[in-house]
Design a protein around this ligand. Structure first.
Ligand SMILES: [Zn+2]
Length: 95
């Protein structure tokens, strides 16, 4: 199983400003993380703003999924790896 190897968490700056003192940034965060045509994006759902957009510059990357993820994927009809959406098929960022 892959462990949490994160050295630095990404946070929405507005969420950090508004965070109650008794709530951790991780518990307060309302982030969507997903694949884009260029790479990957972190989006704040609470403020409906971009936190970070990563552009892989066309380079191939390797994605590691843990065994639980692999089980869920094999149970579904989805592709083996997340694929970027086609241009024009982007859904609204608003829920
Ligand atoms: Zn926010």
């Amino acid at each position: 199983m892959i462990k949490n190897d994160i050295d630095m968490y990404m946070n929405c700056p507005r969420c950090l400003d508004e965070r109650p003192h008794d709530v951790t940034p991780a518990a307060w965060a309302r982030l969507n993380v997903g694949v884009t045509k260029e790479g990957m994006q972190i989006w704040c759902v609470r403020h409906d703003i971009n936190v970070m957009a990563l552009d892989f510059l066309g380079q191939k990357i390797r994605a590691n999924f843990d065994q639980e993820t692999q089980k869920r994927k094999s149970d579904s009809t989805s592709a083996r790896a997340p694929r970027p959406r086609k241009p024009g098929s982007r859904r609204s960022k608003r829920a």
